[in-house]
Design a protein around this ligand. Structure first.
Ligand code: DGL
Length: 282
């Protein structure tokens, strides 16, 4: 596959709308750069899909973003970060272009924990796929030498509620109370809950409402934005390959009008997306 060598935008990928919460924070911190957002809305949610399928879909998305000039792609999706990041870094990139980079959202989130928790009891709410991968538990224990108690649980109804525009409706309360209650029952000493799915910040007001007082709720947007800023400072060779005109383009694998209408709930700017077919790229 022939890839353009000139500098290009930073690619941001998610299964659907959730990564827009990450892009929103990244653009606030790094407004000068150009970005292409790609949402695989036609095949979302990824949360219940198998390892092989998530890897295949994520690889197609990364190839699409590379072919559009990106040298750096952020998997703004925990499910893709958990199931596909390592394989893409170790097996796909060397054959495609070893000088391009793909980064995930799990490691930067875990690095922040030490400064937030006091009890060392951490809750992780995520998709079933992310929970099954055990990625958060593994990263946390690796970084903190097994010194934390980690309870990971799936909140399977949250992504469908959000993708269908139901997050602000009273019906969503039931499922927010249910999953927050369930994780606190499992370990009442939890003092920090990672929202390990980039969709979940859309439910943040309700999650805060139903979480016990004193429990920190940790969304990932600002953490990932800060980590990207730091990465670009430490890697001038990648930074040089990122263009800076302050532009953002939106791509979706679903209907673009549908995407534009719901996207405004996730990001604070006008969204004028184009539909792309990424499944044929293989
Ligand atoms: N936003 C994604 C995540 O962070 C995935 C949601 C889904 O497609 O299930 O995990």
């Amino acid at each position: 596959m022939e890839l353009p060598s000139e500098p290009g935008p930073i690619g941001i990928f998610d299964s659907g709308y959730g990564g827009l919460t990450i892009l929103d924070s990244i653009r606030r911190r790094l407004p000068g750069y150009d970005y292409i957002y790609l949402g695989d809305n036609a095949r979302a949610p990824y949360g219940s899909r198998s390892f092989d399928v998530v890897l295949d879909f994520t690889r197609q998305a990364v190839e699409e973003l590379f072919s559009r000039g990106c040298h750096l792609v952020i998997l703004a999706c925990n499910t893709a970060s958990a199931k596909a990041l390592r394989s893409i870094q170790q097996q796909v990139l060397p054959g495609l272009d070893p000088d391009r980079r793909v980064l995930g959202v799990i490691r930067p989130t875990v690095e922040k924990l030490g400064a937030i928790t006091r009890s060392g009891h951490i809750g992780v709410l995520a998709t079933q796929g992310t929970v099954d991968s055990g990625s958060y538990g593994l990263e946390i224990q690796k970084l903190y030498d097994g010194g934390m108690a980690v309870c990971e649980m799936a909140a399977p109804m949250w992504v469908p509620l959000i993708e269908n525009g139901e997050a602000d409706n009273p019906g969503a309360d039931y499922f927010v109370r249910k999953y927050v209650g369930r994780i606190m029952d499992a370990d009442p000493k939890i003092d920090s809950i990672i929202l390990g799915c980039t969709h979940y910040p859309i439910l943040l007001p309700k999650i805060r409402q139903f979480a016990p007082e004193g429990v920190s709720i940790i969304p990932q947007g600002e953490i990932v934005a800060e980590s990207l800023h730091d990465y670009l400072r430490r890697h001038p060779e990648i930074d040089r390959k990122c263009t800076r005109n302050g532009c953002v383009k939106f791509l979706t694998t679903e209907n673009s009008e549908k995407f534009n209408a719901l996207a405004s709930k996730f990001i604070n700017c006008e969204v004028d997306s184009r539909r792309v077919d990424i499944a044929g790229l293989k």
